[in-house]
Design a protein around this ligand. Structure first.
Ligand code: NAD
Length: 544
């Protein structure tokens, strides 16, 4: 692979220049992800059928990356059988033994991160810095649940039905086998990151990653097994989403789905028909608000991270930028200059600011959203072009102005490096505009007045809000829940909710001395009178 690191287009619209100073290009996808590596990892797929294998392509080069076995319906069945068998023994272990596996995984993964960074880049085309975000996120989740997980799961003494006579404990039991379906955009974090709390809670997992990014999930599984996870506890099945996905949902004791809102609805309906719970981490059309008193340099820098990390193929990235009219021109100039200076690159090394899109489908959506908007009157402030000179799926980081509600880019998730800028006069107007989509995943507010920032945050209808940061502050706060309101999903990852979703609450109440009913020769009427007196006494002594 040649060095394909280059500047993004300048705001003036001139041709991008090569950036020979930027590193990258020395190591290639082909030399990092060899056939031997692929063959080793592919052994981790539960696939015994003679289904046609699937081929994946490296987005950075368009060259074939891997040939992977596909799982038939009998393989999904087998995966659940093996997982179920392994789960019983795993759940019987003390929590600290399970936690030790997560903590060993954390250390091993940090030591061997280069292996997974190569795989993530090879499979997704993202820049190495953005691949590293996944390493950060997984490390934080592993440490958090490894250290704090046991306290989320421990038995809790609760007030009994009758003081003294009833002692009650709330316990948490594993669901059993979790069906986990994950997308291609954050393949490390959204496979193992979400599986770790499930394992800690005593579950097994049958995971269906996207085939395009299966090597990353398979590597994570291999490493977790090296850290001490029983091999059968994490099954990975591969295949067509609409075929293998429903087969997983139909057998799972709980479903953890991450992907588009459209597929999430189907998954939810299918799980509901079986009365099985589901958490759904879905799409977004996230907004950033730059208030009049914001530090414009910090906000412009933050907007670059917010909009172009992983080439905008990030569920919590910002696609709508609302700027107070009094600072809009100044902000836009600074933001556009930084965006135009981003270095696009496809080397397996740090140095590029943005990589490529993942697939033709993504490139087609991004191109269509921008072209339609421009045709309808929007202006390209910077970017706005595919860059086949850099690789088959590169697209420039793009800022649009003059976007109006009838344009697809205004309300639909583009899931690419495209952001539209809107001006506002009052805070109420900005909040109403930010809340005007059915989504509710993430948002970002920039102001020097932190109290005001938090007050605006409270009015935004999103599961996470970052004040003076793009998304990493909330996402990285792994002891707090993360997820979407409205069409962005149901349930949360991270924090207590991120692990308790994988458990059933069980109340165990032990009654002593007297039953809760007529006894000691008391008739029903007498019992009712005594109990009524008891309830009044409990109220008087504030016992209940
Ligand atoms: P997608 O819905 O097309 O696919 C997600 C997964 O579901 C894949 O593994 C796919 O094979 C599988 N699938 C497809 N059809 C299925 C069906 N009928 N039943 C069960 N499974 C099925 O999504 P995508 O394009 O891979 O991912 C991008 C989307 O994911 C974006 O909308 C993005 O916002 C969202 N996302 C959300 C979060 C979050 O945390 N909220 C995180 C990452 C991505």
């Amino acid at each position: 692979m040649t060095d394909i690191t280059a500047d993004a287009q300048t705001p003036a619209g001139g041709a991008a220049e090569r950036n020979p100073a930027a590193p990258g290009g020395a190591r290639t996808v082909a030399s990092a992800v060899t056939p031997a590596v692929v063959a080793r990892l592919a052994r981790g797929v539960t696939a015994t059928s003679d289904a046609e294998p699937a081929h994946t392509v490296a987005p950075l080069t368009g060259e074939r990356l891997a040939t992977l076995p596909q799982s038939g319906p009998e393989d999904v069945e087998l995966a659940f059988r093996l997982a179920r068998r392994a789960q019983t023994a795993w759940a019987a272990l003390p929590v600290r033994r399970r936690a030790a596996v997560l903590l060993r995984f954390h250390d091993l993964m940090l030591r061997r991160q280069d292996e997974v960074l190569d795989l993530i880049q090879a499979e997704t085309g993202k820049a190495r810095l953005h691949a590293f975000e996944e390493v950060m996120a997984v490390a934080m989740a592993a440490r958090h649940y490894g250290v704090k997980g046991a306290s989320y799961l421990r038995d809790r003494r609760r007030g009994g039905a009758l003081p003294v006579l009833t002692s009650t404990v709330e316990a948490r039991r594993p669901k059993g086998v979790i069906g986990q379906i994950s997308p291609w955009n954050y393949p490390f974090e959204l496979s193992v990151g979400d599986a770790l709390p499930a394992f800690l809670a005593g579950n097994a997992v049958v995971n269906k990653p996207d085939t395009q990014t299966a090597l990353t999930a398979l590597w994570a599984r291999e490493l977790l097994v090296e850290a001490g996870l029983p091999a059968d506890l994490w099954q990975i099945v591969l295949g067509d989403g609409p075929v293998v996905g429903p087969a997983v949902v139909d057998r799972a004791d709980y479903v953890a789905f991450t992907g588009s809102t459209r597929t999430g609805r189907e998954v939810a309906q299918r799980a509901a028909a079986r009365l099985v719970g589901a958490s759904l981490e879905l799409g977004g059309k996230n907004a950033m608000l730059v208030l009049a008193d914001a530090d414009l340099d910090r906000a412009a820098e933050g907007a670059v991270r917010a909009c172009f990390s992983s080439a905008g193929q990030l569920c919590i990235s910002i696609e709508r930028l609302f700027v107070h009219r009094s600072v809009a021109d100044e902000f836009l100039a600074r933001f556009a200059a930084r965006t135009g200076a981003l270095r696009l690159g496809g080397g397996l090394a740090y140095g590029a600011d943005m990589g490529s899109l993942v697939s033709e489908r993504q490139l087609e959506t991004v191109t269509r959203h921008v072209e339609e908007a421009v045709k309808a009157g929007a202006t390209v402030v910077t970017g706005g072009r595919a860059r086949p000179d850099l690789g088959p799926l590169f697209y420039e980081p793009t800022v649009l102005d003059g976007v109006t509600p009838e344009m697809a880019v205004c309300a639909e998730e583009t899931f690419g490096p495209v952001v539209s800028v809107y001006r506002f006069d009052t805070e109420d107007e900005a909040v109403a505009a930010a809340n005007s989509t059915p989504y509710g995943l993430n948002s970002s507010v920039w102001t020097k007045d932190l109290r005001r920032g938090r007050a605006v945050a409270a009015r935004l209808h999103t599961g996470t809000v970052n004040v003076n940061e793009a998304y990493a502050a909330a996402y990285g706060s792994v002891s707090s829940p993360m997820g979407g309101m409205g069409d962005s999903g149901l349930g949360r990852r991270h924090g207590a909710e991120g692990i308790l979703r994988y458990t059933e609450a069980q109340t165990i109440a032990t009654q002593r001395l007297l039953p809760i009913g007529p006894s000691l020769g008391m008739d029903d009427e007498r019992f009712a009178a005594v109990f009524t007196a008891g309830l009044k006494a409990m109220r008087a002594f504030r016992l209940k």
